[in-house]
Design a protein around this ligand. Structure first.
Ligand code: TXA
Ligand code: MG
Length: 317
């Protein structure tokens, strides 16, 4: 069921069931972090490997000390500036945090999301919500209630309808190694915005053997249709002519006899608009029975950098 009524969501979550929740980044598949039953159900429904930890969502900075300890000054600084918002902090966990959500690590990922319905929901619960993106493991994250419904149908009792997600890609994840901040996952908050607050930060170079970033597998966020990333769109189209081609461009519209459908992310070349449209465009093209989706690389700074990171994973074979 898809509805904007929070009382049903409150009741289901208290009964240790799962509810899809809107956030400003993407929809989450939420359950009580302290319920083994609910957290196991999240992993099962997503078909997510247990080595991949979950983010705990809560609503007020006062609760942070219940979740994490030995919090670096820069973490407080970022939290004060960006919460509620698209920032996830990886911090030393409190003993009360179940190993199931942290995959046995001594850190926990936490975030206050910026969506009025979900903040209201969290205020009415006396536990935080574990919520990975509401998609099967490895596929495109949902930015609309209908995307969640298309993935899980009746397997999920309730989708809290908060409309389309305004930011449209996942939160930026920052951890600390010996108090030095490090970006584990690029996301809806740009590196530039973060560096404005706390100075230069390192971006972790992910590879699949990196134990600090279990979720950052190289292939992820992927459409079912074969997907190619290019900085030479016209050439890539010619190389695939004769196939059923769909394309996604940053700001240009390409009218080509070889292309069945073109999605332009932002006609005015605005990074925020492009980010908010990205996953919807990918979902739409993935439903069109195409043979190949060709996506144009964005300029590699600001949110363009975050989008390129997702697209590199989406196009990995
Ligand atoms: O925007 C978002 O962050 C969304 C919304 C629903 O809040 N959530 C989301 O969750 O993207 P998920 O589970 O799809 O991605 C969380 C990422 C995973 O890659 C996971 O490996 C990483 O966070 N993560 C969680 N706990 C961690 C930890 N203790 N150390 C390092 N990485 C962690
Ligand atoms: Mg995810």
């Amino acid at each position: 069921m898809i509805s904007n009524e929070i009382s049903t969501a409150i009741q289901l979550l208290k009964e240790e069931q799962l509810v899809a929740i809107p956030t400003e980044t993407v929809y989450g598949l939420a359950g009580n972090i302290y319920s083994e039953k609910a957290v196991n159900a999240i992993f099962e429904l997503k078909k997510r490997p247990h080595f991949n930890p979950l983010i705990a969502h809560f609503h007020h900075i006062n609760q942070l000390d219940n979740l994490a300890k030995e919090i670096p000054d820069n973490a407080y600084k970022l939290a004060a500036k960006f919460w509620p918002g698209s920032l996830t902090l990886v911090l030393k966990k409190q003993n009360s945090i179940p190993d199931l959500i942290t995959a046995g690590k001594n850190t926990v990922a936490v975030r206050i999301p910026n969506h009025p319905l979900t903040l209201k929901l969290l205020e009415n619960l006396d536990f935080p919500l574990a919520a990975p993106s509401a998609n099967p493991f490895g596929s495109i994250s949902p930015t609309h209630p209908q995307h969640v419904h298309d993935y899980f149908g009746d397997q999920l009792p309730y989708i809290l309808d908060g409309g389309a997600c305004t930011n449209g890609i996942e939160s930026t994840i920052i951890g600390f190694e010996n108090n030095t901040p490090i970006i584990y996952r690029l996301g809806a908050l740009s590196v530039e915005e973060i560096e404005n607050e706390i100075g230069a930060v390192r971006i972790m170079n992910h590879n699949e053997n990196n134990p600090n970033a279990p979720g950052m597998l190289s292939k992820h966020y992927a459409p079912k249709t074969r997907t190619i990333l290019t900085d030479q769109m016209e050439l890539a189209i010619l190389e695939h002519q004769g196939k059923k081609i769909g394309i996604i461009t940053f700001n240009q519209f390409i009218n080509s006899p070889h292309v069945i459908h073109c999605e332009t992310l932002s006609k005015i070349g605005d990074f925020k608009e492009a980010t908010s449209n990205l996953y919807s465009a990918m979902h739409r093209l993935d439903r069109m029975n195409l043979e190949v989706i060709i996506i144009e690389k964005l300029p590699n700074y600001n949110l363009g950098k975050s989008i390129n990171d997702r697209l590199e994973r989406a196009s990995k074979r």
